[in-house]
Write a protein that binds this ligand. Structure first.
Ligand code: NAD
Length: 468
């Protein structure tokens, strides 16, 4: 079967959804193509001499500013991939009502082949190149971590940006996903995985949808397989386990493990750290290829590694009833058709993994406000609740235990506010796209999510008065 390009898949999904909407073709064209594509090369000194690396930053849509999207370090990075991921960011932000346009960046390297010093030099040089061309800034374009990058790289980026923009008052808002000490926000590290958990939990809560899948409502006891034990996969697996699901399969690039009785995610991570492999975990069956793990017997499959994992080639063999896309683009468009025909419920990437950008938005707001969320209100809330409890005690003549009092009066701190904002966002967005899917007689959630986001973006262009 012929596989289209990743960006081609995004276009296919866009066109499928656009048919349900009545917007001028010029406007749809403006939305779907990438606005700015910057491909550049720069030299890096390694032990073997000087190597020239390729890098990209793509800004897909400027209908909202700044643009926003992660930075990926991988040998598979290419222009098609960065364009696709930038476009997905636009639609993702619209689905969860985060007021950014979409962007994405990448450097074509295998980060495992470089020392920390070399990676620092590469990251700082990449940032300086973005500054030179005005592809980074709190009101321009705001990167974040993605595959192969994390808090450390974001700290290097913000430091480089501030060095080149001395005195910039809002400069720390030039990237998100930073360490807390560098202006990061509590809960960002776990946000994408936690968002995947909220998405799956919300989907499982709909009794009528679960009945159609032959499943009972609720997360309790649902068997889950997760591919990729990185930031997204690990946290998704951990929160799903804490929420009552049973993790029966875990896959990494070296292979996978399966135990129908389930295993503890943190114990598997410890085992992988000490043996340098996920394989041979006590009591679990080894599976030699990560891709084979996608076909394991389970209720919920979470691909959380890379794109194009479920394709026309293996889609028919997928046994899960629900797929929660932790990764971006794990399902190709021809695979989607096969899965939908099998009645599988797909929670699309542009919704399911939107927790990261949602909390990145909170971090950006924190940086612009220059104050930690909850700092002003926490104690005030606690003292108001405490007074309220005292009045209740006086009126009823009954007393609360110290434990009851402490739990009830608790004012929200930064982490509690972030998690609550994330939970609310994921629940509201799910119900919004589910309603669209019902409105158009059971179209897939992906098409519904595209319809919802294209509609929001088109309205914003029309209200700008750009299109008649
Ligand atoms: P990461 O680098 O932290 O983790 C990726 C993991 O996948 C690594 O542990 C890697 O070893 C593993 N992996 C690589 N190839 C594999 C294979 N063939 N089979 C199984 N495992 C494999 O990256 P991440 O940030 O967790 O990103 C994973 C996916 O989630 C990407 O598609 C990314 O675009 C998407 N995503 C990430 C975020 C975020 O906040 N980090 C947000 C939204 C979407």
């Amino acid at each position: 079967m012929n596989e289209t390009s990743f960006f081609g898949d995004v276009i296919t999904n866009f066109d499928k959804a656009a048919k349900y909407l009545d917007y001028p073709s010029g406007l749809l064209e403006q939305i779907k193509e990438c606005n700015s594509i910057y491909h550049f090369r720069f030299p890096v000194e390694t032990d073997d001499g000087v190597e020239v690396v390729s890098a990209w930053r793509v800004e897909h849509s400027h209908h909202r500013m700044p643009t926003k999207g992660g930075i990926r370090y991988s040998l598979d990075v290419n222009e098609d991939e960065v364009k696709a991921l930038a476009a997905l960011m636009t639609y993702k932000c619209a689905v969860v009502d985060v007021p950014f346009g979409g962007a994405k960046g990448g450097i074509k390297i295998n980060p495992k082949e470089y020392t920390a010093n070399q990676l620092q030099r590469i990251t700082r040089r990449y940032t300086a190149e973005l500054v030179k061309k005005n592809f980074i800034g709190p009101g321009v374009d705001v990167p974040a971590p993605d595959y192969g990058t994390g808090e450390r790289e974001m700290a290097w980026m913000v430091d480089t940006y501030l060095a080149l923009n001395p005195g910039s008052l809002d400069g720390t808002a030039c990237v998100t996903g930073k360490p807390i000490s560098q202006g990061g926000i509590r809960g960002r590290r776990e946000a994408t995985g936690r968002g995947v958990y909220f998405a799956v939990r919300e989907a499982c809560a709909k009794a009528d949808d679960m009945k159609k899948l032959g499943l009972t409502p609720g997360l309790e006891g649902k068997r889950v397989v997760v591919q990729g034990l990185g930031n997204v996969g690990y946290h998704a697996a951990k929160f799903l386990q804490e929420g009552g699901a049973v993790i029966v399969g875990l896959a990494e690039y070296e292979g996978a493990i399966y135990n129908p009785k389930g295993f503890d995610v943190d114990e598997v991570v410890k085992h992988r750290k000490s043996t340098r492999s996920i394989l041979s975990y006590p009591g679990a069956k080894n599976i030699s290829s990560s891709k084979d793990a996608l076909e394991l017997e389970c209720d919920i499959l979470i691909p959380a590694a890379l794109e194009k994992q479920i394709t026309g080639e293996n889609a028919a063999r997928i046994k899960a009833k629900i797929i929660g896309e932790g990764a971006n683009g794990p399902t190709s468009s021809d695979a989607e058709e096969v899965l939908v025909n099998k009645g599988i419920l797909i929670l699309p990437d542009m919704y399911c993994n939107a927790g990261g950008v949602t909390v990145s938005y909170f971090e950006w707001l924190k940086n612009l406000q220059h104050v930690r969320m909850g700092r002003m209100a926490k104690r005030y809330t606690e003292s108001s609740y405490s007074q309220l409890l005292s009045v209740i005690e006086k009126v009823t003549g009954e007393s609360f235990t110290p434990d009851e009092r402490e739990r009830t009066i608790q004012g929200p701190d930064e982490e509690a506010l972030v998690n609550s904002g994330l939970e609310d966002t994921m629940i509201s967005a799910y119900n919004e796209i589910r309603e669209v899917s019902k409105q158009y007689k059971g179209i897939s959630l992906r098409t519904a999510a595209f319809i919802s986001s294209i509609d929001k973006i088109a309205k914003s262009y029309l209200e700008m008065g750009i299109f008649p």
